[in-house]
Design a protein around this ligand. Structure first.
Ligand code: XIL
Length: 298
């Protein structure tokens, strides 16, 4: 096939891109998005600050615009993200204890209910593990409500949208290391106790090298009985960019339970990683070498 989405679909996978409602009116951008991708995710429009700017007052305008665009083009939608320590509305940042816990679970329930049936996979919880060697949880206002906040969120999400795959998503998990092992142990525990979890997202914001255990790491999560999704792929531009993109794609293709790849933006100048030029298209919308490397690896 000649596009990323159609090539991924040949093996039952999706190839997605992070986008925003305000880009729907950019013609060059949308021509590429509509041509190449069969899945989208909101880069910001479905986060807590965007969807519940005031407590109990929900705003789904931009999320709904993205969903409706996707549906009109036959694309699927990833949901990102129900709970995260960052991009919380200021009212939530000011809460703690049971008031915060209740607000967080209500947020999960309301948002997952609103989008029920329209999201193929939700990042229920994002970035809850610490960097470094501890393998433990990140300190955050949510974590301080009790270690069980993650499982409470997954249970609420399952009840609200039983058809969506429920993912745990994180970064610096691009090989076998203390952080990815901490997440691995949580998933194994959830599976053994019947806490609903279906997938692990590896963000894969990558530098100029790829961990040699990248595929092995995907495989060990798959062996626990969850899907793996590459959820926010971007790669620092440098000599190895195309090779790293190809290696990531091949690693996913080699594991049956690696069900899809999403790149975190379309054209280089719009990337959140300023100056890294980490994406598949340049500022004019031209395909980069990295694009061809991915297409050939699918
Ligand atoms: C980033 C967006 O790309 C930016 O536009 C925003 O200002 C900050 O968040 N990990 C995640 C994403 O899970 O939600 C982040 O997205 C990038 C890191």
């Amino acid at each position: 096939a000649t596009t990323l989405g159609a090539s991924a679909a040949q093996t039952g996978r999706y190839f997605g891109v992070a986008t925003s409602a305000f880009r729907l009116s950019d013609t060059n951008y949308m021509t590429i998005l509509n041509r190449e991708f069969n899945s989208i995710v909101a880069e910001n429009d479905m986060k807590w600050d965007a969807t519940e700017p005031q407590q109990g007052r929900f705003n789904y305008t931009n999320g709904d615009r993205l969903v409706s665009h996707a549906q009109s083009r036959g694309m699927t939608v990833r949901g990102h993200t129900l709970l995260w320590h960052a991009q919380q509305p200021s009212w939530a940042q000011g809460l703690s204890g049971s008031a915060l816990r209740n607000a967080a679970i209500n947020h999960v329930t309301q948002v997952a209910t609103h989008f029920r049936g329209k999201i193929h996979s939700w990042d229920v919880v994002n970035e809850a593990f610490a960097d470094g060697g501890s393998g433990g949880r990140r300190d955050s206002n949510l974590q301080r409500t009790g270690n069980d906040w993650i499982e409470a969120a997954f249970r609420a999400a399952r009840t609200a949208d039983p058809g969506a795959k429920l993912c745990y998503n994180d970064y610096n998990t691009d090989g076998i290391n203390a952080k990815s092992t901490g997440i691995y142990n949580m998933v194994r525990d959830f599976k053994s106790r019947g806490v609903p979890i279906d997938c692990v997202g590896l963000q894969s914001h990558l530098g100029t090298t790829l961990d040699s255990t990248y595929q092995q790491n995907i495989q060990r999560f798959a062996d626990l009985g969850v899907d793996v999704q590459i959820t926010e792929l971007d790669v620092q531009q440098g000599g190895n960019q195309a090779n790293i993109y190809a290696s990531v794609t091949r690693a996913c293709m080699a594991v049956a339970r690696c069900t899809g790849i999403t790149v975190w933006g379309l054209r280089d100048p719009e990337s959140w990683r300023t100056g890294a030029n980490p994406l598949l298209f340049d500022g004019n919308g031209n395909k980069k070498a990295a694009y061809t490397a991915v297409l050939n690896a699918l």
